[in-house]
Every structure is written in structure tokens, then in C-alpha cells.
Design a protein around this ligand. Structure first.
Ligand SMILES: Cc1ncc(COP(=O)(O)O)c(C=O)c1O
Length: 392
């Protein structure tokens, strides 16, 4: 009963899933502690204490109507709070009317794309990119246009400019980035904004910058994270609490739209409508309430930074070439052989689960998700050392 196209999609999108299944097999044979699973971006530790306590309080205090439908956009006070934080940070006059609570960033991205795309509209994505983007774009009749990033995985401004056409409706940017961990500087964002402004004038069009930023609280080395709202007049921020509060299974996030976009009221009405009709209906009500009391909580970035240093330093000492990530929890080293799929298969021999760059439209690389304990990372060192000996 499955559609032909879907059969094809499943076959082409199976890398992370394939590694997960390999991992299950290896765990059964060798025991969980002998398998080093760096395949999934699933935070390994519990949400911050305040998040856990407030969740218990919400339930224990018999909060009224806690489990009912909410409005399709979400509770007004939660949306107001998010808007006031963005307005204070950027000076943009954004209000609760420009915020929609969503089922994670994945839900938010689908809502935005469904709302803005006409069939055949193009959406630019920068390679390497989060593997789901092209499926989300395709879900809503859009055409993904892949533009390779430049040195250091920073967007290549010229290539980007050359890829914009009359049909370009949006560009998805993801900083801090999955899979590279790279954080785009304000300077780079301003260069992109300049290109977009000229292209919008040339084509008499409006190009929406969709900032997919679930990792924006996960940064290291004191690096600055620029709020896209302060750089791009035509932008929609898509954020979530999956990574920042270690709540990926609870499906809670939001969309924030810059009021400077054209027909903003109608567009927001479109997003509220699509949030409903895509079947999300509303973001989980319990977690909307939780976010209200925990909006300023964040991850333990020092712990993640220590993990980043451990794994990065070990791989660098073995001869792997890699951009040092300043955000998210991924490392994206170059594969020592051109065939990254073969390399990842060879890693399985040492119970190392990695994901080939091919899965992110960037063959020749591999991804390590370091959302694992420092102990697990240390335990994996010998396996990486043995693997490296095969190639260097
Ligand atoms: C870049 C990026 N965008 C979106 C998502 C989806 O996040 P969520 O769990 O909030 O839907 C992920 C999840 O790994 C991601 O890495």
C-alpha cells in the first residue's frame, strides 16, 4: 500500500536509522557499554532541575484545564513572554501575534513551509544540512536547491547569490549547525542580508529567511549568537526546547515571525491554520505551560564544551582533519578515504557508530554526535585509535 515515491525516500534517508539498527545489533552481541554510539542527536542527560521541578509542580498543583486543547497558536501568555524576550533583545516590535507554539522545530519548519510555498517554489539549503530539510520542502510542493558551503562550512556568498532565481521563496539557515557545529558570525549574516536585499529588488520578490535554531543556546568559547531578527527583515525563527532543555520527546518549540514581512497578519493566520490542519492542532499544552516558567533555563554548556574538547582533541591527535565546532553537539571530520560510507562501515568493526556525510549531502565527511557522557567518550578513545591506524 505504500506510495512509490515514499518507498524511494525511505531508501534514500536511512543512514541515521541504519546506524541505529546496527547499534542495536552490536549492543546485543557486546553489551551496551562496549558500543560507542555517536549516531543520534539525542541529549543524553535529564532536563535542568528547575524544568523537572516545575513539571512536577504543574501536575501536583492540579493546574486547571492543563490537558485541554489550547488555541491553535498556543497560550497567549506564553507567546507574549517569548515575544517580549525577542523584542527586548533585538528592538524589533514583535508581539504575541507573531509567535506560534509548535511541535518542536520539525513541526515549526513544516508549518512555515506549508504556509509560504506555491508548487514549484524553490527553497535554498546550504550543504551539509540537516537531513530532513529536503523532505520537509518536498512535503509542501517546494523544490530544494542545494548550495555548497565555502571554507570552514560558512555559506559561500557568491554561490548563494548565483543560486537565487525568480522562484526562490525561502532560504533555510541553521546556526549553530547540524552537522558541522559551525556558528555563523554577524558579519556573514549581514553579507547574506545584503545579497537577499539586492535579489529581492531585482526580482520584485520577497525571500523568507527561515532560521532553524534549536541549538542557539548551545555555544562554546564565549561565541556570540546573532539574533536573526535583528539582521533579516524577512525572517521566521524556528526554535525548540528539544536540545536546550533536553526535551526532544515532548515536542515543544515555536515560530517567531518578523512583523516586517509582507501581509504579516494573513501569513500568521496561514501558519495558525496549517499548525492545525497538518494535524499538530496545538503544541502540547502541558509543555506550553512549563515553558512559561522555564524560558530562561538552558543547557549545561560547560559540560558540552568539555565533551567537545575531549573528542575533538583526541581525533585531531590521531590525524583527523576537522573544523572545531563552536556550537551544537556535533563534530564533522573529513573521512580519511573518499568513500565515507565505507569508512563508517569500517568503524563498526570497533563498535563505533558514526554517520556518513553522504547522509547530509556532504560525501567525504562523517558526523559524530557527542551528546554522550565524558566517560563514554573516553571509553571510545581506543576504538578511534585502532580505526585511525587503518588509515594514517
Ligand atoms: C538542525 C535541526 N533542525 C531541526 C531539528 C528537529 O528538532 P525538534 O526535535 O525540535 O523537532 C533537529 C533535530 O535534531 C535539528 O538538528
Amino acid at each position: 500500500m505504500i506510495a512509490d515515491k515514499l518507498k524511494n525516500d525511505i531508501n534514500n534517508a536511512s543512514w541515521i536509522r541504519a546506524m541505529f539498527e546496527e547499534g542495536e545489533k552490536l549492543r546485543q552481541i557486546h553489551g551496551a557499554d562496549k558500543v560507542y554510539d555517536f549516531s543520534l542527536g539525542n541529549p543524553d542527560y535529564e532536563p535542568p532541575v528547575k524544568v523537572q521541578e516545575n513539571l512536577k509542580k504543574l501536575i501536583a498543583e492540579d493546574t486547571p484545564a492543563l490537558h485541554r486543547y489550547t488555541s491553535n497558536a498556543g497560550y497567549p501568555d506564553v507567546r507574549s513572554l517569548i515575544a517580549s524576550r525577542i523584542a527586548a533583545e533585538t528592538g524589533v516590535p514583535i508581539t504575541s501575534e507573531h509567535i506560534i507554539l509548535t511541535c518542536g522545530a520539525a513541526g515549526g519548519l513544516n508549518v512555515v513551509l506549508k504556509t509560504i510555498l506555491n508548487p514549484g517554489d524553490e527553497v535554498i539549503i546550504i550543504t551539509p544540512y540537516f537531513v530532513e530539510y529536503h523532505f520537509y520542502i518536498d512535503n509542501h510542493g517546494g523544490i530544494p536547491v542545494r548550495v555548497p558551503s565555502g571554507p570552514g562550512f560558512i555559506p559561500d556568498i557568491k554561490a548563494l547569490a548565483n543560486s537565487i532565481t525568480q522562484k526562490t521563496r525561502a532560504i533555510i539557515l541553521n546556526s549553530p549547525n547540524n552537522p558541522t557545529g559551525v556558528v555563523y558570525s554577524r558579519e556573514v549574516l549581514e553579507q547574506i542580508a545584503e545579497v537577499l536585499k539586492h535579489k529581492e529588488q531585482e526580482y520584485h520578490s520577497e525571500i523568507l529567511v527561515i532560521s532553524d535554531e534549536p541549538y542557539n543556546k548551545l555555544v562554546y568559547d564565549g561565541v556570540e549568537v546573532t539574533n536573526f531578527m535583528s539582521v533579516f527583515p524577512h525572517c521566521a525563527i524556528v526554535n525548540s526546547f528539544s536540545k536546550s532543555l533536553a526535551l526532544p520527546g515532548e515536542r515543544i518549540g515555536y515560530i517567531a515571525v518578523n512583523p516586517s514581512i509582507s501581509s504579516v497578519e494573513l501569513t500568521m493566520a496561514g501558519m495558525v491554520f496549517t499548525n492545525r490542519t497538518l494535524g499538530y492542532v496545538n503544541a502540547p499544552s502541558l509543555f506550553q505551560r512549563l515553558i512559561f516558567s522555564c524560558l530562561d533555563e538552558g543547557p549545561d554548556t560547560l559540560e558540552y564544551e568539555a565533551r567537545r574538547d575531549l573528542i575533538y582533541n583526541h581525533l585531531a591527535s590521531l590525524g583527523f582533519s576537522c573544523v572545531k565546532p563552536q556550537g551544537a553537539f556535533y563534530l564533522f571530520p573529513q573521512s580519511p578515504i573518499a568513500d565515507d560510507v565505507e569508512f563508517v562501515k569500517r568503524a563498526l568493526k570497533y563498535n563505533l557508530l558514526l554517520v556518513p556525510g553522504t547522509g547530509f549531502a556532504a560525501p567525504g565527511y562523517f558526523r559524530i554526535a557527542f551528546c554522550q557522557s565524558q566517560q563514554t567518550i573516553r571509553n571510545s578513545f581506543d576504538a578511534f585509535t585502532q580505526l585511525a591506524k587503518e588509515f594514517f
